[in-house]
Design a protein around this ligand. Structure first.
Ligand SMILES: Cc1ncc(C[n+]2csc(CCOP(=O)(O)OP(=O)(O)O)c2C)c(N)n1
Ligand SMILES: [Mg+2]
Length: 373
């Protein structure tokens, strides 16, 4: 036969607790113990409060740009729940829930968005500073996972990025490298349907983003990214694949940002109100709360208590971030590098780079002396 099929595949989608409250007990039973499910719900309420206050800090001029995380808490939280301490979590900017769960002090994220380099100086846990240059972090994660494999320390890495980031060359390089060199890294794409105002369907003409990982020979799966149980399930499978087989996995977590892209954006200018209303019904907090209430693990009284706790906690975090001593101009060097090259030492001393040219005070001085006309 001259024509034969050389490759056939399918992409599976995992859902355990759906937006209507249906729970797949075959897949979900025993996956998350009750105490942990309660703890994670409480954590999401804290993250929501953090988001709300961070937004207000920007609006009142007390912080720079901030990207709301609201609606997208589950993918990073589910992943952080499964990852081990020695593993690396390498994220962009919509993964506060997972970063805080892993132990990143919340004030560090505020400091980052306040433009204070100390927000990027992280000793507390194996997470990297949040990546704003779209796509760059996937290469870092692949390198960290490769180092873990080389050192045989049993660590793996998990990296997060958006749907838009899979159109960047960095993604393709990281995926190609990880798949061909058997590197234990988990790629988690948070497909929220938009890259700022560009809808994902005009950036990716395939029916799933997960297929992009398939092209490199990785195991790929799509998951309901607003379903904590499903996210934990696919992360358990992916981390086992990484630890036992040194194989990367591509997880496409479908989700939605309920807020604007950042505080510099107004999503009403390009997003349909019907689309937003549909996703508001799929809010991960609604289905998780219903699940907990049905099991008699949650109540309105507990909700009120936790909301009050979250408000106090976030107020304390804001106070910590705002009351810290003003940064020195050298922080940018001291937070960024372990050792400084001679060029960087010169920059640290003079606070200028050779490429920028003379600093303003020197120019003023020479101008006065009549050297510069
Ligand atoms: C290399 C690079 N190019 C462009 C930008 C500007 N930018 C910031 S966010 C963004 C869209 C990212 O979309 P996606 O990856 O889907 O992430 P989302 O914000 O939806 O979570 C762009 C283009 C950037 N930060 N870095
Ligand atoms: Mg996106």
């Amino acid at each position: 036969m001259p024509v034969s099929t050389v490759f056939e595949t399918k992409i599976e989608r995992v859902s355990i607790l759906d937006e209507h409250g249906n729970f797949d007990s075959q897949l979900g039973e025993g996956l998350i113990p009750n105490d942990d499910a309660v703890a994670m719900y409480k954590h999401i309420l804290v993250c929501r409060r953090f988001d709300e206050i961070a937004f207000k800090l920007q609006r009142s001029g007390r912080m720079g740009t901030y990207p709301e995380n609201r609606g997208q808490e589950v993918p990073s939280l589910g992943a952080a729940y499964v990852l081990q301490k020695k593993d690396w979590m390498v994220t962009c900017y919509r993964e506060n829930a997972g970063l805080f769960w892993r132990g990143l002090p919340m004030e560090k994220i505020l400091l980052h968005w306040m433009g204070d380099e100390r927000g990027n100086h992280i000793d507390e846990c194996n997470v990297t500073p949040i990546a704003i240059a779209i796509g760059s972090q996937m290469l870092h994660a692949t390198g960290l996972a490769w180092a873990g494999k080389y050192r045989k320390d049993g660590s793996i890495a998990c990296t997060f990025f958006g749907d838009g980031a899979t159109s960047e060359g960095d993604f393709h390089e990281a995926a190609n490298f990880a798949a061909n060199l058997d590197i234990p890294v988990v790629f988690v794409c948070q497909n929220n349907g938009w890259a700022i105002s560009t809808p994902s369907k005009i950036e990716c003409s395939a029916p799933t983003i997960a297929q992009r990982g398939l092209a490199y020979g990785m195991d790929c799966v799509q998951v309901d990214g607003n379903d904590l149980f499903a996210m934990v399930k696919v992360m358990k499978d992916a981390t086992a694949n990484a630890r036992e087989n040194n194989r990367p996995t591509f997880i496409e977590a479908t989700t939605y940002r309920l807020g604007d892209h950042t505080t510099a954006d107004d999503a009403r200018r390009y997003r349909d109100t019907d689309e937003l209303a549909m996703w508001e019904k799929r809010d991960p907090t609604i289905r998780l709360r219903n699940y907990l209430e049905q099991k008699d693990l949650w109540s309105s009284a507990k909700e009120e208590e936790q909301l009050a706790f979250a408000a106090d906690l976030v107020s304390a975090v804001v106070a910590n971030a705002e009351e810290i001593d003003a940064p020195t101009t050298n922080d940018i060097f001291d937070s960024m590098y372990i050792g400084l090259s001679s060029e960087l030492q010169k920059q640290r001393q003079t606070l200028r780079t050779s490429s920028i040219g003379q600093d303003p005070s020197q120019i003023a001085q020479t101008a006065k002396e009549g050297v510069v006309k």
